[in-house]
Design a protein around this ligand. Sequence first.
Ligand code: PMP
Length: 397
Amino acid sequence: MFEHIQAAPADPILGLSDAFRQDTNPNKINLGVGVYKDEQGATPILKSVKQAEERLVDDENTKSYLSIEGEKAYRSAVKALLFGKDHDIIAKNRAHTAHTPGGTGALRVAAEFIKKHLPEATIWVSNPTWANHQAVFQSVGLEVGSYAYYDANAKTLDFESMLASLSQVPEGDVVLFHGCCHNPTGIDPTPAQWQQLAKLASKQGFLPLFDFAYQGFGNGLEEDAIGLRTFLEETPEMLIANSFSKNFGLYNERVGALTIVAETAEQASAAFTQIKRCARTNYSNPPSHGAAVVTEILTDDQLRSLWEMELASMRQRIQEMRTLFVNTLRAKGVEQDFSFISKQQGMFSFSGLTPDQVASLKEDHAIYIVGSGRLNVAGMTKNNMEQLCEAIAAVLS
Ligand code: PMP
């Protein structure tokens, strides 16, 4: 029965991690997969997470199933983080949150929910976008379209073209926005541009789906929520897929959430029962540990301030690496202007390196970058910067 099955191509990002693992060069550098690294090049467990885990070891008394939607305390904490704890939407019960296995789990449940209940909808993603978006949506049979986003020459947001493409999206379709720290470009709309986009969504009548995987990695926890909060002033309905993989460093615990906002409490409740059905037929109920850690941290003053400090230091280290990268390239005699990298947000930047240059960095210098030229800035350290910039100078010359 299996004889005819051909091997699937390697995942463009996770396949790169496999190749990196197999490389025996002691000076290899991984700027591929989106994982934060500290100054020593490690991906440590946050202190706030360790402390929360110590408490859980003492206090946890069962490994029985969670409910399909997860624990109430977690779901409330997620909503407070997304909307701000005093938001009208929470008071009016217009939002319901389901705990999902990571942000990917949230996107997958959202995809199934859309396919089942908005069967005519096409989903629109930015060009470019995170490599897995298209695959997740197509896997449930959704049509995926793309809207203009990036100006590859100017290395900026092509806002005019973005508006022009989104003005073509018909009523009833779904548009995915990156809440902040756009992956892969590192370029987000400004607050004023978010406002224009929100007004356009309301005029066109499309449903916004926010993918919010990097809250706190851009300008701060509150600041990074500005896009989705601006939309909520204009559009009464929304889906939000958020992830705690990055901002809590809980990558392998698979912790995220899908939140639905509806016009009324009744509509939100009814739609949420359908979201629960999608979860039930997918993974039945979510894994507990990561969400228990997040809840412990978000609901305890001491742990929360420790976490916010740790998050700020991750954010600041990345920013520092952006500046150092630009300056070191210049110091190595690179004439091409890379200053745009220091203006971008979050873990990633589109470097503009060509597929050939990316291949040469891997083959000749043991430096691993996604084929599109996306750099994980969080993989740069003061220790690997000289080697990295020398290699880039070499492939550019
Ligand atoms: N959306 C975007 C834009 C991402 O970059 C990622 C993680 N790379 C995800 C979703 C998925 O997050 P998770 O690892 O929590 O599934």
